[in-house]
Design a protein around this ligand. Structure first.
Ligand SMILES: *[C@@H]1O[C@H](CO)[C@@H](O)[C@H](O)[C@H]1NC(C)=O
Ligand SMILES: *[C@@H]1O[C@H](CO)[C@@H](O)[C@H](O)[C@H]1NC(C)=O
Ligand SMILES: *[C@@H]1O[C@H](CO)[C@@H](O)[C@H](O)[C@H]1NC(C)=O
Ligand SMILES: *[C@@H]1O[C@H](CO)[C@@H](O)[C@H](O)[C@H]1NC(C)=O
Ligand SMILES: *[C@@H]1O[C@H](CO)[C@@H](O)[C@H](O)[C@H]1NC(C)=O
Length: 472
């Protein structure tokens, strides 16, 4: 998070009337800087020690390197290192105009509370480095609510190092209703551009794992996100009022949606008016028995448009793509394209809900109806499915332009009697098994569209950078 971004943080729709503890880990890579050459192990740190270099890929390499141990951190799993991390970041932030800096976290178990990142900065976790989130509420400052929610709710890279949220403690407190604020998110990015989060393992987040809000140009690649499937609200990746987002090669097992695309809540989100748009999700594997592979909403009051998802695998997951909205949300969910999904053991393949409910307060306008249109699903195979589709639009505000083609759904031993349950949705289908409902008119030879062009974010090149690996 940017130091000047101690601005409101959203509460999720699941935690009302609350504010948030924040556990901020993020790293900013600003594309606008050109780094001419690099000076490995130069600049602030290393203390003259010897090291070998490990290569990693990033939008920009940094001129200066420092080890978190240079700032007094101890990787013993016991020492609280919040001050060491924060003073390292504060110190290295001064190098931003001179090619930026990377902060190296060597192998070890580094206990810390929330700390903020800075611009032109890389937080690099070595393979055997684990950031352990403190289990004390006082290590997480409470922030004000996000403006697009109305109430309380530049990037790490690594060689598959781990950020462990030690969330069990928080899940228990939440269940026992002992918390007055929203639980912390593991990686929170606000008002940040050109952010890369790559090759990390995120484990047991207290709440959502990765939450970029009011951000643009995000690369989120190679994350392994693991949380018990019974843990509450451990969403994988939640782009929220963000543009140009490239999510690729992620493996997510969680207790909530693997990916949830959001953009603010009812009258607050309508007023703030910042959509999530131009998102590509590719090569995602999701396991989430009580939630969606990809959810759109329910907070979508700034609008959601141009989402492209392909090569998606879901196993033992409640639904494939799920659209969630409600009267009062306003805005839109449109131009959604999904293809090449493989699913096994699902309750629903397709799910749309126009009466999700859950409002921040009583001041929402029930006549602010969302437009859901141009929703395209094609080339999918599913097995062991209980119900193909449960699609419920809004009376007088039907979901329009729903297109489904070349989708084969194999049913479980005890399937629902109705396979396609459609209310207030209209659209077209072709080559769909089992046969779709009548309001999705069968049209021979139809192929639902998927954009041919690439998003600009997809042509960003990652270059080879070096991180010093040994510190003696
Ligand atoms: C992430 O790790 C994979 C496998 O080691 C590697 O191929 C890829 O280049 C890495 N990506 C980045 C952005 O470092
Ligand atoms: C990263 O670590 C996780 C477990 O911590 C493992 O399951 C995954 O395969 C690793 N990824 C890579 C690319 O090594
Ligand atoms: C099919 O799904 C059911 C749950 O609906 C599950 O219990 C069963 O193990 C699945 N079968 C296979 C072969 O995956
Ligand atoms: C139908 O979908 C399957 C599964 O993705 C794919 O292998 C096949 O090529 C598709 N058929 C056509 C005609 O596009
Ligand atoms: C079908 O949709 C209607 C209206 O949304 C709902 O009341 C009903 O429970 C659904 N049926 C099934 C089997 O899900």
């Amino acid at each position: 998070m940017l130091p000047n971004s101690r601005k409101p943080i959203p509460s999720s729709s699941l935690v009302k009337h609350n504010e948030v503890y924040i556990w901020a880990i993020g790293l900013l890579l600003l594309l606008c800087t050109t780094v001419e050459g690099r000076q490995v192990g130069g600049g602030g740190g290393g203390g003259g020690g010897s090291w070998v270099n490990v290569e990693y890929r990033a939008v920009n390499c940094r001129k200066h390197s420092a080890f978190v141990t240079d700032f007094g951190a101890k990787g013993d799993g016991k020492t609280l290192n919040t001050n060491a991390f924060q003073s390292a970041v504060d110190h290295l932030s001064k190098l931003a105009p001179d090619g930026g800096a990377q902060l190296i976290v060597p192998p070890g178990r580094w206990l810390t509370g929330s700390f903020s990142l800075t611009s032109h900065f890389t937080l690099y976790l070595h393979k055997d480095a684990v950031l352990l989130a403190s289990q004390s509420v006082k290590d997480y400052p409470v922030l004000a609510p996000l403006p697009s929610y109305g109430k309380g709710r530049d990037a790490p890279a690594g060689n598959n190092g781990t950020i462990d949220g030690q969330g069990e403690w928080w899940w228990e407190k939440y269940k026992a209703k002992e918390l007055t604020e929203t639980r912390p998110y593991l990686i929170e990015l606000m008002y940040s551009n050109n952010v890369q989060i790559t090759n990390l393992t995120l484990r047991d987040s207290p709440n959502w794992n990765v939450h970029p809000v009011y951000c643009s140009d995000l690369i989120i690649h190679g994350l392994t996100i693991l949380a018990p499937t019974h843990s509450k609200n451990t969403d994988g990746i939640d782009p929220d009022s963000c543009s140009n987002v490239w999510i690729e090669n992620n493996y997510i097992v969680s207790g909530d949606d693997c990916i949830a695309i959001k953009s603010g809540w009812d009258e607050y989100g309508i007023k703030f008016n910042m959509p999530t748009q131009h998102v590509i999700i590719r090569h995602l594997t999701c396991i989430s028995p009580t939630s969606a592979t990809i959810a759109l909403g329910s907070e979508m009051s700034g609008g959601i448009r141009d989402v492209r998802a392909e090569h998606i695998t879901a196993i033992d997951t409640e639904s494939g793509v799920r659209i969630k909205t409600s009267p009062g949300r306003g805005a839109f969910v449109k131009d959604i394209y999904v293809r090449q999904m493989t699913m096994k053991t699902m309750k629903y393949v397709f799910w749309m809900t126009g009466h999700y409910g859950s409002d921040p307060d009583n001041h929402f306008n029930p006549r602010a109806l969302p437009d859901v249109e141009n929703i395209n699903y094609r080339d999918m195979v599913a097995e062991n499915v209980t119900m193909a589709a449960n699609l419920e639009g809004i009376k007088g505000d039907a979901f329009k332009g729903v297109c489904v083609s070349n989708v084969t759904i194999g049913l479980s031993k005890k399937p629902k009697e109705i396979q396609w349950n459609c209310t207030d949705v209209v659209g077209v289908t072709s080559r769909v098994t089992p046969r779709a409902c009548g309001s999705l008119r069968e049209t021979n030879g139809l192929e639902c569209p998927f954009p041919e062009d690439k998003l600009p974010i997809e042509s960003v090149q990652l270059r080879a950078c070096l991180a010093p690996a040994l510190h003696k």
